[in-house]
Design a protein around this ligand. Structure first.
Ligand SMILES: Nc1nc2c(ncn2[C@@H]2O[C@H](COP(=O)(O)OP(=O)(O)OP(=O)(O)O)[C@@H](O)[C@H]2O)c(=O)[nH]1
Ligand SMILES: [Mg+2]
Length: 259
């Protein structure tokens, strides 16, 4: 009993001493100390929040038959398997890129989503876009001309979506199937798409002001459309899912999902 009373007494003395010391500190110094503490706390909180919101999702979109599923297999397994059939559901997976699997050390896995090109299944894209670090728009460079209008329409919808414009989601237009000599070049495809998007912009705005479903307008009014006018970065590259020539696709992924 006596021991505990002694301790309580000592504690009280200690408390009184520290109270006295705090009172001796000039008020400004105290305020500065508290402000520094709060600032440090907020700084670490922000870092945590920023880290958590950094996405590792890459979306593969594009018309049916452009080669998205084959590219997905190449990224994941480094092989084209036994070929593909038209997808009815999105393909989704989180993995370390096949080309990086031999690397030592910790490598950040990528979450890849392959959204089927069939028009009725495309609506799924809206669900995935808010979490995208980048979007790859796959174009069939072999059978490009008959599909140019359709590809441009799909791309127009993507480039005018609020989620893409506001979050400035980078877009890679990937001209696929370049293993065949008759495939069109990426410069040709870029120019054709720009022309087609320009036409679409005129026809869609002319439709009816009240009817416009697109959230944002494309490019700069009064100027012929070109990709650098977009708020988000749009680049063009070539690939072949069949032969596994996907280095530009991998470069794009690693630019926006850091290993
Ligand atoms: N020559 C050539 N053919 C390819 C290439 N990539 C895909 N193909 C062929 O194109 C066809 C369509 O490929 P998919 O990967 O299934 O196309 P997709 O974009 O997933 O199509 P959906 O699932 O319908 O949206 C298949 O017959 C592939 O073998 C390529 O790089 N070169
Ligand atoms: Mg598919």
């Amino acid at each position: 009993m006596e021991g505990s009373e002694e301790i309580v007494k000592k504690l009280r003395e200690l408390l009184q001493q520290s109270e006295k010391r705090i009172r001796e500190i000039p008020q400004e110094q105290l305020y500065v100390a508290v402000a520094v503490l709060i600032a440090t706390f907020l700084f670490f909180l922000l870092i945590r929040l920023f880290k958590r919101t950094k996405s590792n999702t890459i979306i593969l979109a594009g018309l049916s038959g452009s080669g998205k599923t084959l590219l997905f297999y190449q990224l994941r397994d480094g092989s084209s398997h036994q070929g593909t059939v038209t997808s009815m559901d999105p393909n989704e997976g989180t993995f370390v890129l096949h080309s990086e699997s031999a690397k030592v050390g910790k490598i950040k896995p990528v979450h890849v989503i392959d959204v089927p090109g069939h028009s009725r299944l495309r609506t799924k894209l809206d669900e995935y876009l808010p979490q995208a670090a980048g979007l790859v728009f796959v174009v069939d460079a072999l059978d490009f001309l008959p599909n140019c209008r359709g590809a441009a329409e799909y791309l127009y919808d993507i480039l005018t979506k609020g989620s893409v414009v506001e979050k400035k989601i980078p877009v890679l237009i990937l001209c696929n199937k370049t293993d065949k000599v008759t495939a069109h070049t990426k410069e040709f495809i870029r120019k054709q798409l720009e022309k087609e998007l320009d036409k679409l912009r005129t026809s869609r705005t002319a439709l009816s002001e009240a009817d416009i479903t697109n959230e944002f307008t494309l490019g700069v009014a009064g100027e012929p459309f070109s990709f650098p006018q977009c708020h988000n970065k749009v680049t063009v590259a070539e690939s072949s899912g069949l032969t596994g020539e996907i280095s530009h696709l991998e470069q794009f992924i690693r630019e926006y999902v850091r290993p």
